[in-house]
Every structure is written in structure tokens, then in C-alpha cells.
Write a protein that binds this ligand. Structure first.
Ligand code: DI6
Ligand code: FE
Length: 424
């Protein structure tokens, strides 16, 4: 046996005098009132009450920060976005205010198809540049991981371009990007009257190629009267499962199609929207461990009135996540904090449920919960220091910009400190 020198330990950085919402499930917020958190490299190596801190930690510390009683939470996770697209749909916003419905506009060739036209003609560079401010907006509020869907190309070439832009966003900015293939977002115009043929293209060409080249982490579909039928959605899920790709679903936004139960049969990671889900659908989700992703932005912008069955999710112990659904039509929203506020005001989530929805449960919906979503030893050091004293204060108001500092994998990626005045 060769002599091996003891492993040299890396310098440690510690944050003390913090109120830490670890978001573990053992107590409300997993709260540690007077806590400390230590990282070594990218990982959390210790988190707990300061008085329990092991002695050798301090001696190995390169830096110790006093956060003066401020609150620390996990980095936020936005688990449902469509933030890569070209153009905008401000005109439709106005049409809706004048009485047109989302479905009317889609029926006239607008809606998703309008964004498809703009996205198909955009070069990758333009698509990237136009999408960047939306991602930056989320990051400036403490988002350290985000899911981004394709679905505004709907042809092989543009879907692949979208997926490559999505990947590049995560390579360019310090944020974890989880790509989803959403070929079944709307029927492309060249397949008018031939929706099954388009589903064939998705199942026999696109999904196998995307799985082979690892271009996306999951497959999504829009199961709705204005989208794809349950039978078509099932074929897509079968193709994804054959390629060992996990699935998620836009389900029960405007009507009960039985989408949530169908998704649960394929052990979906999440079913999203769910305003019209039945009790049986929720039961199926509970049994499959499928996360309910709530999208209060779409509910708000479309001036919907039917609220998702929050109490049924609670009773059946279905984990709830909250996301922006950032898209140019039904939810032009670049603020996850605003969504947390809306999840409370519109859907009556408790402050703790809302925060769990943008941390622990969002991580689970993206299958990144082994390394993020809670603050625990061994997980990535992704966390936010806020200018608040208790996590219940988070997103109580609208339009504040409270993150003070955001860390991802142990490195500072955002700070909101204003530059001091330079003098006249
Ligand atoms: N998510 C979607 O994919 C569609 N609705 C939703 O909540 C619409 C996206 C769009 O209008 O562009
Ligand atoms: Fe969506």
C-alpha cells in the first residue's frame, strides 16, 4: 500500500448570526434561529445552531461573515418557464382586456403560434439576447436554478435551436438550467388538420433524438382542448418512457381532461396549473409522488376565477411548487417573488408553503433535490441572504428587491448593494 498523505482540507467560509430557513421538513421552515452555515468548495459542510458548531470549523475558516440576524434561505428555484422566445404579444394583452379570450386568440392563429412565427425567424444569437434579460430578472431575485421549455419552434430545426440556446444560457450565466422538450405545445401551421401526424413526428423523430443527444431532461405537453388530446398526450408519454425520459404535463388549466391522472400513470415529475383537476386526479398524483406546480401568474393574467384545489393537495399530501410560467402570452412574469405573493393572496398558500414551493418542492419537480432545494450538509451551497429577519416576511410586499447576496455553489453570484454616492 502506498503511503497516502492525509487529504488536505480546503479552506472553509462561515456565515454566522443568521436565522436560517433550511426548508427541511422536520419543523416549520426547518428554522434555525441563531444559526451558522459553513461551506467548503461548492458544498455545505455544516449548518446548525451556532452553539453546536464543532470547534475545528472555526480554526479552518478562511472567512467568517456576521450576517447580523438576517434570514438565509435556499437559492430559489423556478420550475416552470418558457423564457426563451422571440418577440412579444403586447397586442394580445390589449385584445384580452377588450374581451377576447385566450382561446379566441389562439383560434385566430395568435397566441403560441404568434410566438412560433417570431421564434422561427430569429437567429440563435437574437434568441439568446432577447431571452437574457428575463433570466437575469429571475436571478436578481435569488433564483439559482430554472427550468426552461422549448415549444416555440415546433419544427425540428427551431426546436433544436431553442434547446441549444437554453443550454447556452446555463453555460453563460451562473444559474442551473434544466431544459424540457415541449414539442406538443401547439399544432404547427403546416400540420393544420393533421395533428396525429405531428404527434408522430414528436414520437418517432424528436424524442428519440433529444434523448440520444441528452438535449433535455424531461418531456412536457399541453393537454387541453386548445392543445393536445389525452390520447395524443399518452402516445407522447409512451415515447418518452421508451427513451427513459421523465415527463411533466400542462394539465387541467381550463378544463378537466384527466391529464393529471394520465401523467401520474407515467410517474410524472410534475403536473402543472391544475385549476380544474378532480379529486381522483389529485389522488393519482399523491400515489405517484407527482408534484403539483401552481402557476398564479397565468391565473392572474388570464383573469381566471377557478382556484386550484389547494386543500385537497394538502389533505392528500401532494407537494406543491410555485413557478412563474414566464411566457409571452399567459404569464409575462419575470418575478418569482411576485408569484410567491400571488400564491398567497390568490391561492391562499401559507408563507411557508409558498417558500417550500420555490425551494424544496421545486427541486423535487426538477429532480435536482439531491443537491439543492434545502440547506443541508452535503448539498450545494446555493443560498440567499435577505434583508429580512424571518422567512415569513419574504414576498409580503410587492416590488421590493430584498436579496442582499446570492451564492451558488459557494460563489457569490449577485449582490444588491447600491454603489455609494460618488459626491457632486
Ligand atoms: N403555459 C403554456 O405553455 C401556455 N399556457 C401556459 O400556462 C401558453 C404559453 C403562451 O401563451 O405562449
Ligand atoms: Fe407553461
Amino acid at each position: 500500500m502506498p503511503d497516502t498523505a492525509p487529504q488536505a482540507s480546503k479552506p472553509i467560509e462561515i456565515w454566522t448570526r443568521a436565522r436560517i430557513a433550511t426548508m427541511t421538513t422536520d419543523r416549520p421552515y426547518g428554522l434555525i434561529d441563531s444559526g451558522a452555515l459553513a461551506r467548503e468548495g461548492e458544498k455545505i459542510v455544516w449548518v446548525g445552531e451556532s452553539r453546536d458548531r464543532p470547534g475545528d470549523l472555526k480554526s479552518r475558516a478562511r472567512e467568517i461573515h456576521d450576517v447580523e440576524g438576517r434570514c438565509i434561505t435556499p437559492g430559489l428555484i423556478d420550475c416552470h418557464t418558457h423564457l426563451v422566445y422571440a418577440g412579444n404579444r403586447a397586442g394580445e394583452f390589449e385584445q384580452r382586456l377588450l374581451g377576447a379570450t385566450y382561446a379566441d386568440i389562439a383560434g385566430q392563429g395568435g397566441g403560441i403560434r404568434a410566438t412560433v412565427r417570431a421564434t422561427r425567424v430569429a437567429r440563435a444569437e437574437e434568441l439568446f439576447e432577447q431571452s437574457l434579460p428575463r433570466l437575469r430578472s429571475l436571478m436578481s431575485e435569488g433564483v439559482t436554478a430554472v427550468e426552461i421549455k422549448s415549444g416555440y419552434g415546433l419544427d425540428v430545426e427551431t426546436e433544436l435551436r431553442m434547446l441549444s440556446v437554453i443550454r447556452r444560457m446555463g453555460e453563460t450565466l451562473p444559474v442551473t438550467v434544466v431544459p424540457t422538450y415541449l414539442g406538443a405545445h401547439a399544432l404547427p401551421p403546416e400540420f393544420e388538420g393533421k395533428s396525429d401526424a405531428y404527434v408522430d413526428l414528436i414520437c418517432t423523430d424528436m424524442i428519440p433524438r433529444i434523448a440520444r443527444d441528452r438535449l433535455a431532461c424531461a418531456v412536457d405537453a399541453y393537454c387541453e382542448t386548445i392543445g393536445f388530446s389525452p390520447a395524443q398526450t399518452e402516445r407522447i408519454f409512451q415515447a418518452a418512457s421508451d427513451c427513459r425520459m421523465p415527463i411533466r404535463l400542462h394539465a387541467e388549466q381550463f378544463s378537466d381532461q384527466g391529464g393529471a391522472a394520465l401523467a401520474a400513470r407515467f410517474k410524472a415529475l410534475s403536473a402543472d396549473h391544475l385549476e380544474y383537476v378532480s379529486e381522483a386526479g389529485v389522488q393519482a398524483m399523491a400515489e405517484a409522488g407527482t408534484v403539483a406546480v401552481l402557476l398564479p401568474g397565468a391565473f392572474y393574467f388570464l383573469r381566471e376565477t377557478q382556484v386550484p384545489p389547494i386543500q385537497t393537495f394538502r389533505d392528500k399530501k401532494v407537494p406543491m411548487a410555485v413557478a412563474t410560467d414566464c411566457n409571452p402570452g399567459s404569464s409575462p412574469a419575470g418575478s418569482l417573488l411576485l408569484m410567491l405573493n400571488m400564491a398567497r393572496t390568490l391561492f391562499r398558500l401559507t408563507p411557508e408553503e409558498a417558500l417550500a414551493g420555490a425551494t424544496r418542492n421545486a427541486a423535487r419537480a426538477l429532480r435536482i433535490d439531491k443537491r439543492s432545494g434545502t440547506l443541508e450538509t452535503g448539498k450545494n451551497a446555493n443560498f440567499v441572504i435577505w434583508d429580512i429577519a424571518h422567512p415569513a416576511e419574504l414576498a409580503c410586499g410587492i416590488g421590493y428587491r430584498p436579496p442582499r447576496v446570492v451564492y451558488r455553489r459557494g460563489r457569490k453570484v449577485f449582490t444588491s448593494q447600491l454603489t455609494p454616492p460618488q459626491g457632486d
